[in-house]
Design a binder for this molecule. Structure first.
Ligand code: SAH
Length: 330
């Protein structure tokens, strides 16, 4: 056992049940996907990605520092000490293999004991008000913000669910949503969000007039967060635990901010969930596929081409790619 590991339950008077081990590690943008995957094998509750940012307007606006290393964090329950130590050892080994095969710099794995009462709110400091695109603003519920006239404000408390707007893949989706709104295809659109996380995309679409909005996520925490965030914003999103296929389609607009491997696996049912066009070009429903690490783009494109989807536009931020796809008529 590495001596960086804090012994669990060493604090007198603290219940082990409320104790967590925080695993954190700094790495390059390029290594985020691989390192997240390793951390998520140890911590079932998910992995948070903290992008460093600079703030302006006394903390009311933030600009992500896209080239700076990011910090990934994951939490293990401290109550079962042996299981936690085994998981940490395995994680260190996997990270060791990764550094051996990969040239990208990855920091040391840090392990720290945290108590639920401190930790439940500590991450909130790292979550500023953010403007994405021209007029979409994500406002954490605990922050104040003076809106500009055209702002579309998404009030958000992601809790444990993914989707704070700090991650490039989420930002690419919100910018895509804004572009769809500029094309005039969001108001009244039947919309589907696959893997809704905090619900940020579903809620954003609903605020821009999409209706009805349906969301699914395999993670029950995300389903709960999606419903709460919809309620917070006074919009209707129907969220449930699950995935594709779905028999409620077809939808005019579909968001799938998943990882490349899942997009490839789900390409056919995703395409089926999108409304096909008629003979006129541009009449088909649209799918925004995001979360594509740039190395995996060709593979994802092949899968969607085979499923009959046509790429209309491609966007990239750091090493993350999103594809705006249309389902043309037969
Ligand atoms: N839409 C949010 C969250 C994206 S993270 C955003 O853009 O920020 C991806 C989400 O997809 C996670 O919440 C994860 O639980 C969920 N997910 C992963 N695999 C899935 C699958 N096969 N079907 C549905 N949801 C899935």
């Amino acid at each position: 056992m590495n001596d960086e590991t804090t012994p669990v339950g060493a604090d007198e008077g603290t219940s082990a049940a409320g104790t967590w081990l925080e695993l954190s590690i700094e790495c390059d943008q390029e290594a985020v996907e691989a390192v997240s995957e390793i951390l998520s094998r140890a911590a079932s509750g998910g992995v948070s990605v903290e992008q460093p940012f600079t703030t302006e307007q006394e903390g009311l606006a933030a600009t992500p520092m896209l080239d700076a290393p990011v910090t990934l964090r994951a939490y293990l329950p401290g109550i079962d000490r042996t299981a936690a130590e085994d998981a940490i050892t395995a994680t260190r080994e996997r990270l060791g293999h990764l550094t051996a095969f990969d040239l990208r710099p990855i920091g040391e794995l840090q392990v720290r004991e945290v108590h639920e009462e401190d930790w439940a709110s500590a991450w909130k400091e790292h979550f500023p008000v953010m403007r994405l695109g021209r007029r979409i603003v994500i406002k954490p519920t605990w922050r104040e913000y003076d809106p500009e006239p055209d702002d579309v404000i998404i009030a958000l408390d992601p809790g444990m669910a993914f989707g704070t707007g700090l991650h490039p893949t989420t930002r690419l989706c919100l910018v895509g949503l804004e572009r769809w709104a500029d094309e005039g295809i969001v108001a009244g659109a039947r919309t589907f969000d696959v893997g809704s996380g905090s619900g940020v995309l579903a809620v954003g679409a609903a605020l821009l007039g999409a209706e009805p909005v349906r969301a699914v996520d395999t993670d029950p925490i995300a389903v709960e967060a999606t419903m709460q965030n919809a309620a917070r914003n006074g919009v209707t999103v129907t969220a449930s635990q699950g995935s594709l296929p779905i028999d409620e389609g077809p939808f005019d607009l579909v968001f799938a901010n998943l990882v490349a491997s899942i997009l490839v696996e789900l390409a056919a049912p995703l395409a089926d969930s999108v409304r096909p066009g008629d003979a006129s070009p541009g009449s088909g429903g649209r799918l925004l596929a995001s979360g594509i690490f740039v190395d995996r783009e060709a593979e994802v494109r092949r899968a969607f081409a085979a499923a009959g989807m046509r790429v209309i536009r491609r966007e990239q931020e750091t090493d993350w790619v999103s594809l705006d796809l249309e389902r043309p008529g037969a």
